[in-house]
Write a protein that binds this ligand. Structure first.
Ligand code: TMP
Length: 220
């Protein structure tokens, strides 16, 4: 199998806090590399030096006075930097880019969770991403209670100081976030593939791999 593709692919991992999507992305990246692909991993917010600085502002618990619209614009500022500096060059090299979250997160968290509406998210996506969208999105879906349990356990492990501002949000916020993902899947079922997040990481990884194989069969 070739190590570098003619045309790159852009694949994103989505899901609520505690869904296990970051673990799944790591397992998937390793498996793709084993299969001979060149893989670049990024994260939103973050992924670049400037994106990392923006992430620090967004997730700092002291920034409880950050206005929801300023927050929205910062997520897209980090993403615009990621597009120009990391995503487009890697796709041009024919590599597979994996991102831990992308605009679907903004749609679900800011559009639905913070109730800023989804039209503004779609508009800003055009500015930040210039029409570049994921080819495939794996939505790791977990029921609300399990997600909250896992997010709380992670916070307890990392200590209160590492607790993110977002993790302090209330249960109904996360219920709205999940509704955002449900809506996205309904609007774009070809791109957004829902993967059941219950079970061991290995079990979930098999489901993710099956989605990739389906995508690969249709696109390669
Ligand atoms: P992470 O824990 O998956 O790295 O994500 C960090 C937090 O940022 C998480 O609570 C979701 C939130 N977030 C948004 O609210 N909007 C966005 O556009 C992105 C990318 C993340």
């Amino acid at each position: 199998m070739s190590t570098t593709r003619q045309q790159g692919f852009f694949i994103t991992f989505e899901g609520a806090d505690g869904s296990g999507k970051s673990t799944q992305m790591r397992l998937f990246a390793a498996r793709l590399r084993q299969a001979g692909h060149t893989v670049v991993e990024t994260v939103e917010p973050g992924g670049t030096r400037i994106g990392g600085a923006i992430r620090a502002i967004l997730l700092n618990p002291e920034n409880h006075d950050l206005s929801p619209r300023a927050e929205l614009l910062l997520y897209f500022a980090a993403r615009a930097q990621n597009v120009d500096q990391l995503l487009l060059p890697a796709l041009e090299r024919g590599e597979i880019v994996l991102s831990d979250r992308w605009t679907d997160s903004t749609y679900a968290y800011q559009g639905h969770g913070r109730q800023l509406g989804t039209d503004v998210v779609v508009e800003l996506d055009h500015v930040a991403c210039r029409g570049h969208r994921p080819d495939l999105t794996i939505w790791v879906d977990i029921d609300l209670e399990t997600g909250l349990e896992r997010a709380r356990a992670r916070n307890a492990e990392t200590g209160a100081s590492a607790e993110s501002r977002m993790d302090e949000q209330a249960r109904d916020f996360y219920a709205r976030v999940r509704q955002g993902y449900v809506e996205l899947e309904r609007l774009d079922p070809g791109r957004i593939r829902r993967v059941e997040g219950a079970g061991t990481p290995e079990e979930v990884a098999e489901r993710v791999w099956a989605e990739w194989r389906r995508f690969e069969a249709a696109h390669v």
